[in-house]
Design a protein around this ligand. Structure first.
Ligand SMILES: [Zn+2]
Length: 89
């Protein structure tokens, strides 16, 4: 409740550091520099407007597409052990 993560951006217009709150990640009050942001936070930040207050209209861009990772399933049970094998005569 009221928890968020913060991404720190540097305004390309005036050089001031800007703090943007996000609820996309773990939301454990983590702080991330714009140069290294977890993928789930980056995905929600890209394209969003940031207000610096210096008169610049800012929008979040990414240097690369947010990476997609390969997911797959592994069998987690039931466990097959030697003693479970049935001997057929
Ligand atoms: Zn600025």
């Amino acid at each position: 409740m009221g928890m968020f993560d913060t991404v720190h951006y540097k305004c390309p217009g005036c050089g001031r550091m800007i703090e943007e709150q996000t609820k996309a990640g773990d939301c454990r009050m983590n702080n991330y520099h714009e140069g290294s942001v977890p993928a789930e936070i980056a995905a929600s930040e890209i394209g969003s407007k940031v207000d610096c207050g210096c008169g610049c209209t800012l929008r979040v861009h990414s240097s690369a597409p947010v990476a997609r990772v390969k997911l797959y399933l592994v069998v987690d049970g039931p466990e097959v052990t030697e003693s479970d094998e049935v001997e057929w005569d």
